[in-house]
Design a protein around this ligand. Structure first.
Ligand SMILES: Cc1ncc(COP(=O)(O)O)c(C=O)c1O
Length: 339
């Protein structure tokens, strides 16, 4: 019998699907439900969020949807600031869930749209001084929320050798890596980013692949957790998303495709290693883009063939135009050991 009508218990944890003898996919319906619920629980407990209060946050999609779902069932007012990359289907959904949504039209002079969105959130916070801002990019409750996923992986699969997943706020991969390494310090962690995202040292620029990557450096990225970094383009990620659907019948979003492409390559080259790959959201939001052949064929860089292997780059700030990898070696962004 389920009693708590203010959480989405069965939606928070991933389903585990074997993809190869040594590779398991952990697919979420909407991964961000977990950190969003955890952050709201903590804010309610500490008194930062009062019954019937207001939440303000910047979002490029899934975190906003998770907050809107939770705000609808918990009775909070929600103000979200996003940009034009937010597709109209999701915009309608957020509004239907009762969120007030503002779309920022122009990037900031520095920090791109991310900075412009943060500036607007700060305006709202000045207007509503009692509002709670989850700040998913820096709130330590974001990575902490993933303890239950680490437990599920360990319970079901025992110690694994490699964890592979995308990095946006850094919450999921940094949190999972820290927790899994408590019992397994030798765990290898592979993070996936996209060209022109600053997260692992690229120069900021326009990015077609959303959800992963960032134009500002999120505090929740714990660089010292990452052994290896891959950069995947939008066209490659979308092609791989379709491949994941065709070959494993998993209907996921574009960042899942990016993770799948890297994980498949890794698992084929490391047959002795047991790997888990994280798939952050399901595919319904992308039916008119990733799952639409006409849309794909018009994309810049589109190719019908999926690359078999990445290029290895020694300088993470170099120009990256196709799937590439770099030996990050658990160093901090500046190259120093993590403290
Ligand atoms: C679809 C999707 N994939 C991947 C990520 C990256 O997850 P994280 O923010 O935990 O690094 C996000 C983050 O918003 C996302 O929305």
């Amino acid at each position: 019998m389920l009693h708590d009508h203010t959480t989405f218990v069965d939606y928070e944890l991933p389903r585990l699907t074997p993809l190869a003898p040594n590779l398991v996919g952990a697919s979420f319906f909407l991964m961000k439900l977990l950190p969003a619920r955890f952050m709201l629980d903590q804010a309610e407990r500490s008194g930062k969020l009062k019954p019937g209060g207001r939440i303000c946050e910047t979002t490029s999609g899934t975190f906003g949807l998770a907050l809107a779902m939770l705000s609808a069932v918990r009775g909070y007012h929600l103000t979200l600031v996003s940009d034009n990359a937010l597709d109209s289907t999701l915009q309608y959904r957020l509004c239907d869930l009762g969120a007030h949504l503002e779309i920022v039209e122009r990037p900031g002079a520095t920090g791109g749209f991310q900075q412009a969105r943060l500036d607007r959130v700060n305006d709202y916070l000045a207007q509503y001084p009692d509002a709670f801002c989850p700040r998913q990019y820096e709130n330590p409750d974001n990575p902490r929320a993933y303890a239950s996923v680490a437990e599920l992986i360990t319970e079901r699969l025992g110690n694994i050798d490699t964890l592979i997943g995308t990095v946006g706020s850094g919450g999921s991969m940094s949190g999972l890596a820290r927790m899994l390494r408590l019992s397994n310090p030798d765990l290898k962690v592979i993070g996936i980013d996209t060209p022109a995202s600053v997260v692992f040292g690229q120069k900021d620029g326009p990015r077609a692949l959303r959800g992963l990557g960032n134009s500002l450096m999120p505090k929740n990225v714990d660089h010292c957790q990452f052994d290896e970094v891959h950069w995947v383009t939008a066209a490659e990620a979308y092609q791989a998303t379709r491949e994941l659907h065709r070959t494993h019948a998993l209907f996921q979003g574009g960042t899942s495709g990016a993770a799948f492409m890297v994980a498949r390559w890794w698992a084929a080259h490391k047959p002795e290693q047991k790997s888990v790959v994280i798939f952050p959201d399901e595919g319904n939001r992308y039916t008119s883009t990733i799952y639409n052949d006409t849309y794909l064929q018009a994309m810049e860089g589109w190719s019908d063939r999926l690359l078999e292997a990445p290029l290895t780059v020694t300088d993470p700030s170099c120009h990256i135009y196709r799937w590439s990898r770099h030996n990050w070696n658990r160093r901090s962004l500046g190259g120093e050991p993590h403290v």
